[in-house]
Design a protein around this ligand. Structure first.
Ligand code: MF3
Ligand code: CO
Length: 248
């Protein structure tokens, strides 16, 4: 497991700040009628304007700056020319690299007219993320974080996606350890100061079962039900935890 130092924390704050800024500007533009490709181009330009670079584009051949996942698409939706429609649950995932340091974050929004069931799913997913983050502190075992995320989602009747996880982050987008959104308390690696984690619950209104489309990227719920996704990049600090991408 990679452990960095205080200069790394300062650099990661810079990467996190830039991503948070881009997310705020991007979120305003997610409206019916806009296309995924338009949002992708906006995000790319906005990231470049901060002096950073998109980290997803070209990653294992991924073709875009953002992932845009609508309704039953959980993650890794590829932006396309289709305009967004009223009532859709839209999840956006994006990452950047600034001076060699990575930040990664995701959020879901509901386009009006709001549907109660989708709003509840989004709210529980965000609460699961926040509850997991609240467990992060030096000396805590990662399973305590994972199991808390799982508890919040499942006690609301939702299914955790188990085929994909969060991850360590820092000099690379994906580092050790994997950060599952399920697990057992008092298990897993012990967290240490100056460790960076991307924590990202993916929650479905079904069982958590997912399938991948023929494009090799798009991850959908097996049942065709909606999914939500929220992600923060966080730092384990001497005092506890610091959210480096506090976009919501
Ligand atoms: N945030 C996602 C992750 O942490 C997205 C990366 S996949 C990519 O895995 F290919 F789009 F970069
Ligand atoms: Co991630």
């Amino acid at each position: 497991m990679l452990v960095y130092d205080n200069s790394a924390l300062k650099a990661m704050r810079e990467a996190g700040l830039r991503l948070t800024e881009v997310i705020h500007a991007l979120r305003e533009r997610i409206q019916p009628g806009v296309t995924g490709l338009e949002l992708d181009q906006y995000a790319e330009q906005a990231i470049l304007r901060t002096g950073a670079e998109p980290s997803f584009k070209g990653y294992q051949g991924y073709p875009a700056t953002i992932c845009l996942s609508v309704d039953d698409v959980v993650i890794h939706g590829i932006p396309n020319k289709k305009p967004l429609l009223p009532g859709q649950l839209v999840s956006v995932d994006l990452g950047l690299v600034y001076k060699g340091w990575h930040s990664d974050a995701a959020f879901s929004v509901m386009l009006a007219p709001a549907e109660e069931s989708k709003l509840k799913l989004m709210d529980v997913t965000l609460q699961a993320l926040k509850a997991g983050v609240a467990k992060v502190a030096p000396g805590v075992r990662l399973g305590d974080v994972s199991s808390e995320i799982q508890r919040v989602a499942e006690s609301a009747g939702y299914g955790i996606v188990k085929d994909f996880t969060g991850h360590g982050i820092g000099r690379a987008l994906h580092e050790e350890p994997p950060v599952p959104n399920f697990g057992r308390r008092n298990s897993g690696p012990i967290l240490k100061p100056y460790q960076f984690l991307a924590i990202e619950p993916m929650v479905t209104a079904g069982s958590g079962c997912v399938v991948i489309d023929g494009d090799g990227w798009t991850v959908r719920t097996c049942e065709g039900v909606a999914a939500a996704h929220f992600e923060y990049t966080v730092a384990v600090t001497e005092e506890g935890v610091e959210v480096l991408t506090p976009h919501v």
